[in-house]
Design a protein around this ligand. Structure first.
Ligand code: HEM
Length: 284
């Protein structure tokens, strides 16, 4: 079976890079939640995919049984490390290099490289994906756009709701031992997809999960994960979304997606729109 062959059975052969799944994975999560809440595939190296909120919450807290150790730490130290070792200053890199871990041991420079890589990856694609999804939403849902232009006091709940609905980040784990969940054994050495976006659409947890409700009062979404690896930049991300969206609405409250069929979405671990043609009607 080629990794790119069409999917017949999502429960046993899902493909997170299938074009339909990349465009809108929510119908697949709905189907799996009902029929096969912990799905498995051999595609792309093999993995397990939970879709229920409770299961994602359980799995994300299984540390160290499910490990997220970062393969990027094996990359060679770049010049920035050597420069900082030769000429330490009071900046972030020098502080990490001079620091100790939770056992009081010096932090390996390779691990510092991993932390810097993680910060760059975790901090950039994530926020422009979530801001892009929000602009796509308002550019295709005029009633919501008009409401935000008229009621800017809704931004705090609206941002949480956009994070829930368009949660951009799906992380992976490696099972360091056999793990049981909902009658399924995830064998040691298997990959598990931490499906935070799917958990955010679980009807057992959220009323009307497939609607964007800009003033949703209770919203315990897991767009930022949960447990000890919960996003370290969550409040920075919220601030970036708040500033970007308020500034956009202050300056150009009247806009629309001009060619919805031309919009493209990035698949994989960070989901968001990559090409969104926008028209500003009041400027024409
Ligand atoms: C909307 C934007 C963002 C979303 C949705 C998001 C989401 C997430 C999620 C789901 C995780 C948990 C991963 C896991 O359980 O393995 C995570 C981890 C992390 N995020 Fe974010 N993130 C965002 C923005 C940022 C920003 C702006 C930064 C920093 C500049 C950042 C830094 C990190 C770091 C360092 C971790 C790893 C924490 C750990 O493993 O202990 N994130 N993020």
């Amino acid at each position: 079976m080629s990794d790119t062959a069409p999917v017949d059975d999502w429960g046993t052969d899902y493909d997170i890079l299938d074009p339909e799944y990349v465009r809108d994975p929510a119908p697949v999560w709905d189907e799996l939640r009902e029929g096969c809440p912990v799905a498995h595939t051999e595609r792309w190296g093999g993995s397990f995919l939970p879709t229920r909120y409770d299961d994602v919450q359980t799995l994300v807290k299984l540390v160290p049984e499910l490990s997220n150790s970062d393969p990027l730490v094996t990359t060679p130290p770049p010049e920035v490390i050597e420069e900082n070792q030769a000429n330490p200053d009071d900046g972030f890199v020098s502080t990490l290099l001079a620091g100790t871990d939770d056992r009081g041991e010096p932090i390996d420079p390779m691990r510092v490289v991993g932390m810097l890589n993680l910060l760059l990856i975790a901090g950039i694609d994530t926020t422009w994906s979530s801001i892009g999804s929000a602009l796509w939403h308002f550019g295709t849902h005029p009633a919501d756009r008009e409401r935000m232009a008229a009621e800017p006091e809704l931004w705090p709940t609206a941002i949480e709701e956009l994070l829930r609905f368009y949660a951009p980040v799906t992380m992976g784990r490696l099972a360091t031992e056999d793990v049981e969940i909902r009658g399924v054994t995830i064998p040691q050495g298997s990959k598990v997809i931490m499906n935070f976006p799917g958990a955010n659409r679980d009807p057992e947890m959220f009323e009307r999960p497939d609607e964007v409700i800009l003033d949703r009062p209770h919203n315990r979404h897991v767009a930022f994960g949960a447990g000890i690896h919960r996003c370290a930049g969550a409040n920075l991300a919220r601030l970036e979304m708040d500033i970007a969206l308020r500034t956009w609405f202050d300056r150009i409250p009247d806009f629309e997606v001009s060619a919805p069929d031309e919009v493209t979405w990035a698949g994989g671990q960070i989901r968001g729109p990559r090409y969104v043609p926008i028209r500003f009607p009041s400027a024409s």
